[in-house]
Design a protein around this ligand. Structure first.
Ligand SMILES: [Mg+2]
Length: 220
């Protein structure tokens, strides 16, 4: 049974789409395409104004009204049927208690709306890098610093415009094949981080991990 950690914003949930929609409505203007991780730079406003606006968004549905990223919820359903242990691991501990309350309760509401609240465990790590405290076989995240990647896991960087800075192996670099176990493969190399362009590729990676597990059980 695989344990899979899934980040929410930018992986399952289109936080960015909702944030930019609220920014357009609030400021009455459009912003250039969001390519950077630091939104205040993209918006051309100072950090103080940005955070004030961010907390306004947090209290007003930025973590609740956004769309699902295509393929994520379907993957949760499929993996749940396969008996996997699924965790949505999302940093929703914000500077102000009021914002934290809204961010966390909105996430619960959204997962319920998507019909998967009973299929996942929901984890809100307190510190930004406390995602490491929840060991998994596969970890899926979009954050460009890669500090969420676990040494013992197969890590999947979910392709987004803001993480193109990371030089991460594409899915084709996973060479492991149960049919040719002597083949040099990278599922045992470290760090094991692969870029997945969309949820189809995420599922392909998980299938490879599953095949590798089966092979190990059979022959070791
Ligand atoms: Mg994210």
């Amino acid at each position: 049974m695989l344990t899979i950690n899934i980040d929410a914003d930018g992986v399952l949930y289109d936080y960015s789409g909702e944030f930019w929609k609220m920014a357009r409505e609030h400021y009455g203007r459009t912003f250039p395409p969001s390519l950077g991780w630091n939104q205040h730079e993209v918006m051309g406003i100072d950090e103080e104004e940005y955070w004030e606006f961010f907390h306004h968004c947090a209290r007003n549905g930025v973590f609740r009204n956004g769309d699902a990223i295509p393929g994520g919820i379907e993957s949760i359903r499929q993996w749940y049927k396969a008996g996997y242990r699924l965790r949505v691991v999302t940093h929703k501990s914000l500077r102000h208690a009021e914002s934290t309350y809204h961010a966390q309760s909105d996430m619960v509401h959204w997962l319920h709306e998507q019909g998967v609240i009973n299929k996942v465990e929901l984890v809100f790590p307190k510190g930004e890098y406390h995602k490491q405290g929840f060991p998994a076989d596969v970890v899926i995240d979009d954050k460009p610093d890669l500090k969420w990647a676990q040494e013992d896991a197969v890590n999947v960087l979910f392709d987004q415009p803001w993480n193109q800075t990371e030089d991460v192996a594409p899915i084709e670099h996973i060479l492991y094949s149960p049919a040719s176990p002597s083949h040099t493969h990278s599922l045992y190399a470290t760090p094991r981080i692969y870029r997945a362009k969309g949820w189809d590729e995420v599922r392909s990676i998980v299938t490879k991990v599953e095949e590798q597990r089966r092979y190990e059980v059979l022959y070791h």
